[in-house]
Design a protein around this ligand. Structure first.
Ligand SMILES: Nc1ncnc2c1ncn2[C@@H]1O[C@H](COP(=O)(O)OS(=O)(=O)O)[C@@H](OP(=O)(O)O)[C@H]1O
Ligand SMILES: Nc1ncnc2c1ncn2[C@@H]1O[C@H](COP(=O)(O)OP(=O)(O)O)[C@@H](O)[C@H]1O
Length: 232
């Protein structure tokens, strides 16, 4: 049965609560970190490569002295969201909570990498609206179901096909791909050659550099030489 908590989680406008401003502004934190906070939101089917590309990107960013955090669906469901299942309402609440957590990181100037199937467009768009246009970078792992199912790294597709997992995304539950993601990553290039996770991470890194979220490698070497050496 669906364990929805979305109803209880709806924010009450009637409570006597007042917003408390902090003494240190986000911009000041970003100046210290020499980066701009944002969330890189990976969406795609199970097995599309979200976690792999997020991990590869985080490693590359760390090597440049960029402060990041990694939020992964499987991991978050072990703790913060362990009371949520996979019905539509629980998935919505999962994404809402993660969106709020990423906002806390972004407001601290940190780059949050969020890797969630997030199958419903409305849930992703709600996070986008909550964060604001420059703070939300949607990365669509546009990998066909056949490819994800052939990979079946965790054996979940096999279980879903056998009817042992109900409501599995792509099998008997929907996945709504984004219409205008900032970045789309496909399993093969225009010539049909496979694209490795490192190349995908590089594409995102190029975006972050060209849009001013992180310094270019050259500027970074000049300013953050020692940090880079430690990370390497
Ligand atoms: N029914 C069903 N459908 C899809 N996925 C399932 C399901 N049951 C368990 N899993 C495992 O849970 C991981 C997805 O969790 P998410 O938090 O990313 O899902 S969602 O965004 O709330 O839809 C997913 O991880 P990834 O394979 O990394 O995507 C699966 O390992
Ligand atoms: N670009 C890629 N090319 C080939 N295999 C990949 C690629 N990205 C990920 N994989 C493989 O696909 C499987 C699923 O990747 P994973 O990152 O766990 O996906 P997700 O987090 O979307 O479920 C893993 O075995 C991983 O090694």
């Amino acid at each position: 049965m669906c364990k929805t908590v979305a109803a209880q989680a709806a924010c009450s406008k009637d409570q006597h609560i007042t917003w408390q401003e902090g003494a240190v502004r986000r911009e000041a934190k970003e100046r210290v970190l020499q980066q701009r906070g944002c969330v890189i939101w990976f969406t795609g089917l199970s097995g599309s490569g979200k976690s792999t590309v997020a991990c590869t990107l985080e490693h590359a960013l760390f090597n440049r002295g960029v402060l990041t955090t990694l939020l992964d669906g499987d991991n978050i469901r072990h703790g913060l969201n362990c009371n949520l299942g996979f019905c539509e309402e629980d998935r919505a609440e999962n994404i809402r909570r993660v969106g709020e957590v990423t906002k806390l990181f972004v407001d601290t100037g940190i780059i949050a990498l969020a890797s969630f199937i997030s199958p419903y467009k409305v849930d992703r768009d709600r996070v986008r609206a909550r964060l604001g246009p420059r703070d939300f970078i949607e990365v669509y792992l546009k990998v066909p179901l056949e490819v994800c199912e052939a990979r079946d790294a965790k054996g979940l597709y096999k279980l879903a096909r056998a009817g042992k997992i109900k409501g599995f995304t792509g099998i008997d539950d929907p996945y709504e791909g984004p219409e205008n993601p900032e970045i789309t990553l496909e399993a093969t290039d225009a010539a049909g050659r496979p694209v490795c996770p490192e190349t995908m991470a590089r594409t995102i890194l190029n975006y972050l550099e060209s849009h001013g979220y992180v310094r270019t490698a050259m500027a970074n070497n000049a300013v953050k030489g020692p940090a880079r050496a430690i990370a390497d």
